[in-house]
Design a protein around this ligand. Structure first.
Ligand SMILES: [Zn+2]
Length: 375
């Protein structure tokens, strides 16, 4: 058994996922290392701020530098220097979200143009299994079809049907030694299709299950509502993964619904815009009011940025496009989300998640919000 639930609080759970490269204590936020790096940070820094598992991107690594190159150099752990657990997505999200590069979808797979050079390429359940085997990730994901929000119901139904078809084939494909495989349920916020997808995927017997096809452009209320009823339908004895959420409110809401793991580029993407995530909202360091501010990004934060540097200094670095500014904001933002998640885990263990969530949301709402994040 690769997953153990160690505490529950309402629908929420705390647990441990065991992988070939170590344990992941859940709920867990997974930083995204799209191209084999969490932008601007090295593996030691990822460890220092509390990362347990890192996400790698099948689509991008397949094209650059090539999963065959990575395999030859010992796999993604060896190649990237991160020796902890790695989850790789299937590449399906990139293929289906870059809609103008799509050439053809049929029951066998999907043909598309690479974003790198426009050359035609094809993904099938078997090819993405082979790529992820080459990468040697600890958790591989099934190829699925993730339509954007608001498509016709017939298209959604077709996506659900093919996602199941492909999941069955990928389940039977060869994997890296010890590699776990997660199935993905689609169906957007459509009650009937989402239930059907969960039932079909769960019946295939994966090591874990994901809710895909949410946080893709529907309203936040719709997303939270669908998650609240759909997450508990995923098998309780396996990890549940919500794909693509990472703002503070979103994290708290999906944990509350019984989700164990989630990923987002938010901490590093926010850093690139010159903003810091804090308990009371987002700080845009470009704002002139920080020019002479000697305080750390956030009082009490344990991150390497807050331990030594002032808002005024970080603002200076950002304004001058100094690389250190990006790194410090990335370290801080990652720390913020990892600590928020660790706090939720601790709250679940003492049966106090509702109070923790209410307190965190109240501080977010009361804070001097500027440029608040709404995905
Ligand atoms: Zn900090």
């Amino acid at each position: 058994m690769s997953f153990e639930v160690t505490a529950t609080d309402g629908a929420a759970r705390a647990g441990i996922i065991r992988t070939v490269h170590g344990e992941v204590r859940t709920p867990a936020f997974m930083p995204v290392g799209t191209k084999g790096t969490v932008k601007s940070l090295d593996p030691d820094e990822l460890r220092t701020v509390g990362s347990q598992i890192v996400l790698g991107n099948t689509y991008h690594l397949h094209f650059r530098p090539g999963d065959d190159v990575i395999a030859e150099l010992g796999g993604l752990h060896e190649f990237s220097g991160w020796d902890g657990p790695i989850l790789t997505d299937s590449g399906g999200f990139q293929v289906f979200s870059l809609r103008d590069t799509l050439l053809e979808v049929d029951d066998d797979g999907v043909t598309f143009r690479s974003v790198y050079d426009g050359a035609p390429a094809r993904f099938t359940p078997e090819t993405v299994a082979a790529i992820q085997r080459n990468l040697g990730s600890d958790i591989a994901m099934c190829l699925d079809i993730c339509p954007p929000a608001g498509v016709e119901r017939a298209e959604l139904e077709q996506a659900v049907r093919r996602t199941t078809l492909w999941a069955r084939r990928q389940r039977d494909a060869e994997r890296a030694p010890g590699q776990l495989l997660f199935g993905i349920a689609q169906g957007a916020a459509d009650d009937e299709l989402r239930r059907r997808s969960i039932e079909e995927i769960a019946a295939l017997g994966f090591d874990g299950h994901a809710l895909g096809g949410l946080a893709v452009g529907e309203s936040r209320d719709e997303m939270f509502e669908a998650t609240a009823w759909a997450a508990p339908l995923l098998p309780a004895e396996r990890p549940r993964y919500f794909m693509g959420i990472g703002d503070a409110e979103g994290i708290l809401r999906v944990i509350e619904a019984g989700i164990d793991m989630f990923d987002c580029v938010l901490p590093t993407r926010t850093a690139r815009t010159g903003s810091a995530l804090t308990a009371t909202g987002r700080l845009n360091l470009r704002n002139a009011r920080f020019a002479r501010d000697p305080r750390p990004l956030e009082e009490g934060c344990t991150c390497p940025a807050c331990a030594r540097f002032s808002r005024a200094y970080v603002r200076h670095l950002i304004n001058q496009e100094e690389l250190l500014g990006l790194r410090l904001l990335s370290l801080h933002n990652l720390t913020f989300l990892l600590e928020l998640t660790a706090g939720a885990r601790a709250a679940i263990e003492r049966g106090a998640l509702a109070a923790y969530t209410a307190e965190r949301l109240a501080r977010l709402a009361d804070g001097p919000l500027e440029d608040p994040w709404h995905s």
